[in-house]
Design a protein around this ligand. Sequence first.
Ligand code: GLN
Length: 273
Amino acid sequence: MLTLTELQQQALLSLPKDDARLEIDILLARAIGKNTTFLRTWPDYQLNDEQLAQFQRELSQLQQGMPLAYILGERDFWRLSLLVNPSVLIPRPDTECVVEKVLALGQGQQWRVADLGTGSGAIALSLALEHPEWQIIATDISAESLAVAQANALKNNIHQVKFKQGSWLAPLTGLFDCIVSNPPYIANDDPHLSDLQYEPIGALVAADNGLADLRDIVRLSSDFLHKNGWLVLEHGFQQGAAVQTLLKQAGFVNIESGQDLGGNIRYSVGQKC
Ligand code: GLN
């Protein structure tokens, strides 16, 4: 029988990655149905066969490169706990900066907002949580993603978001005060993609060096915005200038970009005039 400490040490040797210690502890604690503090207060605890089997199964998924969020089936984002599975992108902390920007722009307003390509529902549901009075519509081309987003609305007790299936703005009618999106923006030859092999390629990669979907969204959004309405787009850290140019060409004004938590340019906004 192995103790928690012995299992921790063994597992660490088998998992060469930065946050291995934290991820192993989370899986160990989950296998025994305790929180991670328990690992320190009872290091000699011995796992029973069933607990050991669960830990080893999930550890081997980590070793194969599966992201922890898919193993756990959830990820925290903003003030939400979101269900995730491989049909949706795992929400990134960087996208919280996009949520913050929309909240700052819409402060004190009664807004109608569209979140395009909502995935797990991260952006739409965060906005809904902060503004129960806003009307929010979330679209996604994938029925599987929408099922996850809808489950997340229920899980977080959010009832005002409407979900519609279709490409970007296609399922929308009427005008909006803000359109927000975190579309795919990675180029198909980006070496960083090899780290993301478990996530849905359709949510990550866009043609034309990652700009194709951003371009489509900029081009189509103007017709769906009220005068003075805002378009808020997440994009790659080297795409700020290109997205600003797209916004300019489409007639947007008050264009600016903002940074993510790592200090990289991560989103741009423009206002319809
Ligand atoms: N920011 C994510 C990453 O680089 C990609 C998200 C996206 O393509 N929208 O891992």
